[in-house]
Design a protein around this ligand. Structure first.
Ligand code: SPV
Ligand code: MG
Length: 431
């Protein structure tokens, strides 16, 4: 019997998948690959069924000879082991990002005379509706909230990008790249106080009130499914912070990060150029504990942000605070620095990891931007936040366009660098 292989990167079986199995059966015995969670979250949406459930789902399908575990998006290992005579797939992989997968499969099969079978991709009203239902489920608070903890387990490092609107939310949600045969996407979103304030033309001094910050979260949540980390600034008064925790948790936000400053908060990247007061360890611990006591689920995370390095208070102070904050109940530590080189961040990670193997570490490499994600992961960092790059790239582009329209008294000169009109009017899909 010939062997036919197909890989399902899905947590729902619909007529499209059944069609592939039917066609495959005509060529031989059907082996179906199921992608592991780790491989799936790299470029697809988060699975709503876990790996074991997905294996069971496929195992129960009529016509499936065997389920094969595929732990990478690329088929190299599976093809090497199984040596299928055919690989069958929907013809949607003839274009876009997925073409590189098809090209790779073609190369692997041609080494021993195997063949690809492309079948017409099924995307009718029924499949579209099932797809929408899964997205809806993923966006629900009870599913979205716990996803950050799940991703910390699944990803070498959770890549987080700043969002401050529905539009930036869509960029965080949908952008997937293929580079050198590797797929990548952002895992989570950061609702930055700096960028949320900047988008409203306000300074980053806790001036934009919580009602408005929640409105931003809601705009983002309306159009996305990925987990949200909220920049809670100082958390405000402890008596107010507990209400913030309850609201964020109810909305389905996964984590709040609060920084150990008090009084008028200024952005950390000013460092000691402006007056900034660090909170006492005792008082900040009380705030963390109060927040942990009030939350209702085990999913929500309160992450304590240490400003000691920003305020030149030294590594010993940073470490003493890290110890105390974890003891007070913090679910993670964010360590910040505004140095160009990552040395002090790496030193903190080394010292902290010596004492504490598990508490997640979060970093925001805006200044120390030469360090790579894999270097951070190797140092024990769990979450990297690209905290302001979308806003900082949009502003100069918009300003230049405004200047050029003023200069040329028309818009023709700027047109070549704009999103085409046909693309902007269809950028947002209607229901
Ligand atoms: C933010 O994005 O608002 C932050 C990170 O708090 S930083 O601007 O580096 O302080
Ligand atoms: Mg901030």
């Amino acid at each position: 019997m010939k062997k036919v292989y197909t890989c399902f990167c899905t947590d729902i079986i619909h007529e499209g998948h059944l069609n592939i199995i039917n066609k495959a059966q005509k060529y031989g015995e059907v082996y179906v690959g199921v992608l592991t969670d780790e491989a799936m979250v790299k470029f697809n949406r988060f699975p709503t069924l876990d790996f074991k459930e997905r294996v069971q789902l496929v195992k129960n399908l009529k016509g499936v000879k065997e389920v094969v575990i595929q732990d990478e998006i690329m088929y190299d290992k599976v093809i090497d082991k199984l040596r299928p005579d055919y690989v069958i797939h929907g013809d949607n992989w003839l274009q876009g990002n997925m073409k590189v997968i098809r090209d790779n499969v073609e190369k692997l099969l041609s080494a021993y005379g195997g063949e690809i079978i492309d079948v017409p991709y099924t995307y009718n009203e029924n499949v579209k509706r099932l797809d929408a239902q899964i997205k809806e489920k993923l966006s629900m608070p009870e599913y979205r909230r716990k996803r950050l903890r799940q991703l910390i387990k699944l990803r070498p490092i959770v890549k987080t990008i700043e969002v401050h609107s529905g539009l930036t939310g869509l960029i965080a949600e949908k952008t997937v790249v293929e580079h050198n045969g590797e797929f990548d996407q952002f895992d989570a979103m950061w609702v930055s106080s700096l960028c949320d304030s900047t988008a409203k033309g306000k300074p980053d001094i806790e001036l934009v009130d919580m009602t408005s910050r929640f409105r931003t979260i809601d705009d983002v949540m309306e159009v996305t499914t990925k987990p949200i980390i909220f920049d809670g600034d100082t958390g405000g008064l402890t008596e107010h912070f507990v209400y913030t925790v309850r609201s964020l948790e109810r909305m389905g936000v996964s984590a709040v990060i609060i920084e150990d400053k008090t009084g008028l908060k200024k952005n950390s990247l000013f460092g000691t150029d402006v007056v900034q007061t660090q909170d006492s360890i005792e008082h900040f611990c009380e705030k963390i504990s109060a927040g942990k006591k009030i939350q209702l689920t085990d999913d929500f995370m309160i992450i304590a942000r240490i400003e000691s390095l920003i305020l030149n208070m030294g590594m010993d102070d940073a470490m003493a605070r890290a110890r105390a904050y974890v003891k007070a109940g913090a679910d993670g530590i964010m360590i910040h620095s505004r140095r160009k080189d990552p040395d002090e961040i790496l030193e903190f990670c080394r010292l902290f990891r010596k004492e504490d193997k598990n508490t997640p570490i979060v970093v925001v490499p805006s200044s120390f931007n030469s360090i790579t994600e894999s270097e951070l992961a190797a140092a024990g960092v769990n979450i990297v936040i690209y905290a302001n790059q979308l806003t900082r790239s949009a502003f100069p582009a918009m300003e230049q366009t405004a200047k050029d329209i003023l200069k040329y008294h028309r818009a023709q000169e700027v047109d070549s660098r704009l999103l085409p009109i046909k693309d902007i009017i269809s950028l947002i899909e209607e229901l």
